[in-house]
Design a protein around this ligand. Sequence first.
Ligand code: HXC
Length: 519
Amino acid sequence: MENQQKVKNLIDLRVQAKLGGGEKRIASQHAKGKFSARERIDMLLDEGSFEELDMFVTHRCNNFGLEKEKYLGDGVITGHGTIDGRTVFLYAQDFTVFGGSLSETMALKICKVMDMAMKMGCPVIGVNDSGGARIQEGVTSLAGYAEIFQRNIMASGVIPQISAIYGPCAGGAVYSPALTDFVLMTEDNSYMFVTGPKVVKSVTGEDISTEDLGGADVHAGKSGVSHFKVENEEEGMLLIRKLLTYLPQNNLEEPPLVETHDPIDRLEDSLNTIVPDNPNLPYDMKNVIHTIVDNGEFLEVHRNYARNIIVGFARFNGISTGIIANQPNFLAGVLDCDASRKAARFVRFCDAFNIPILTLVDVPGFLPGSGQEYAGIIIHGAKLMFAYGEATVPKVTVTLRKSYGGAHDVMSCKQLRGDFNYAWPTAEIAVMGAAGAIEVLEGRAINAITDPEEKAKYIAEKVAEYNEKFANPYQAASYGYIDDVIEPRNTRFRIIRAFQALQTKKVVNPLRKHCNIPL
Ligand code: HXC
């Protein structure tokens, strides 16, 4: 064959590879409202930056006549490219080839880019759209999954790992996304479950739809498996691009500094009155967050899950910061099992990737009751405490209002190595709220009063006395547990000053194989 012909052959092969499972199957993908794997990659990366690898890989299976059906690239497109000029490695499962099902060779392709991402210290992004293990291959497919899982585990805390679910993700396949840092799902067309509705029906008798079992609403709202729910694939790709702007390339780097024109000493008078006089009234903590961060920009993570706590990324004077904040607007901002788990995972992510942590506190305590106790609030609350206590990144805490009991300790208090702990004058830092405290301390005296009016008067007096003494930040400040009581409208400036002072912070935890966080 002449050289010119060889070149032409290569071009033909590339054209063939780019068609994946063929035009008909691509059209069927489009008909479902889904993009093809290549279109997805183009949407995600900087234009023209994609470098494909392993385009000529085909499967090696001879079962069920599969030797007669081979596609260049074999069900996944892999390679690297850039997002805002920073390198990422990625793979996108191609549903047009055997339903994106995982073969031995496909797993090898995915593992190759994961290994490269680790070697180069770059994020890895996986786009999932797959019928699971390639049934014709049997155990080699299972082994392939496990090879991927092992790499997910080794990469955890070293490079950011992001999973987009843009189609089916079922059976053991769910565990790769679950091992990564962030999962996002599209509103329609994506689902995740360990076993599908048919198996559920035959095993437990439960009749449930795909959507209700493992759709985006379920995982973004109920289970917390998914960190983000997006309307469509384009929105998902934009979200991944945005998310990466807050993250470093790996655990040895700092997140990028983004120049801001938002004045560091911007005063916000509205904050002086945002906390209602009545301690039982709620307010929206998100308004506080938007007011104090650079340009009001906040990327919320897990927006629909455990809404009593807010977590997400923002910047202070250009420095990427993880924010954890109780939300008085939902369940009074109480800490329960889900909120504790959600916040703990976020704190650990930030700590692993050198992202400073700001904690905004308004927490009435842990949610009491048998439901929470049976669900293990002790162990889940301990997770959050553990996460804060082991974190060595800069930690700034601002207590806006309530900070009671165990929840006070958990929410990045001074003794859990909070670096700068500030409080607003509206803060109430105490062992418990006045009503509960008076019931315990004055129970006998109260019961002895028979006249209801007198009883109410006595309780009111004692509550007022307790509030006077404890429902303020000054007792904690007198012990140095609170570093300063700050004027609310000055909060942004004080936070920025604190993080500036903490830029050279160095704390090293004791050497050990690994910690034993209460899981
Ligand atoms: C081989 C598969 C496949 C699979 C789909 N295909 N799943 N080929 N192995 N697992 C092929 C189909 O034969 C079809 O080929 C093409 O992909 C598209 O599939 P359709 O069924 O036509 O698509 P759709 O109607 O959209 O349904 C998608 C689906 C369904 C819901 C994913 O295909 C399905 O239920 N697949 C089987 C899922 C499954 O049970 N997988 C194994 C799970 S166990 P043609 O040639 O017609 O285009 C598992 C264990 C993992 O994954 C353990 C890891 C630890």
